[in-house]
Design a protein. Sequence first.
Length: 332
Amino acid sequence: MTLEHQLNPDHRIYGSYTMSADSTDCTGCNQIALGHRSRISNQLSVFNESQFSDGRNESGLIHAFGLNFNPQPGWELGLSLQHGDLEAQSGPLQRDAATVTAGYRGERLRWRSKLEYRDDSGTEQREQRLTSNRLDWRFNDDLRLLTRLNYSDTEDALDPTFDAHFVEGGLGLAYRPVGNDRLNLLAKYTYLYDLPSIGQANAGTDQKSNVYSVEGIARLTPRWEVGGKLARREGELRSNRANGEWYESTTNFAAIRGRYHLVRNWDGVLEYRRLEVRENDSIRDGLLVAIDRHFGEHFKIGVGYNFTDFSDDLTDLDYDHEGWFLNLLGKY
């Protein structure tokens, strides 16, 4: 949630509140940010911000200063510096960070990259290097290519068990005809190498995975839509973090979904899903139900119940997904 006030054409103040159950910045965190942004010229603006966070792992105050530069139409460059005094589970620590961003937004191409370096000192002595990258290419109005690459590396000078390494790459192809949207298709490939820190909540299993998936939805009548998803994960797992032998793991997922337009902006959803783990010949299946509310043409909110204990994200290895869920969906 964000609120802002325009003081004059060149200055504005803003405030935001964020609640995150799981993120790399703040696990189980409530965060309040207060800031001020000033426009120096048509190409350059600067900002300063104070962030107050309260989370399970750390709490405290971080000050940030940065600038955004737009050298040419469509191009954007950014730089920010942070310093914070935090209280972690191990005691007080100081965090210094620097972030560089770059991006381009054109008629066919959209690209954005971020590079960040963090240094924690005090009761924890840890260095972290992160980068996130996304590139989308529009072949035409009906067909798009989606790519991403995320990388994170953490080194702990006091306890090597807090070291972590993460690589995620993805390639997708989306087909959505503008003139006739009765059929929509999405094919994706994801590579994941995850060596989590021992301090993370789900640090028990390392994985190297290749995930292939295809999903689609077809509108049969103004009220009825049917869809489905097929996915397969091939890779290796290791039960003991950073120790022991890797073993092969192959998982297949299938789902079929029906959506019915109830009244006005409300839809009902019923899905049957099935998960097969090849190595131990286990099969799990069950139903998922949901109800969705549309807000305009590009956003909807849904609430539902998953009667199975698994996720359709095959890189998520936990069988703890039974229960209520909230779904937020934006579409172009």
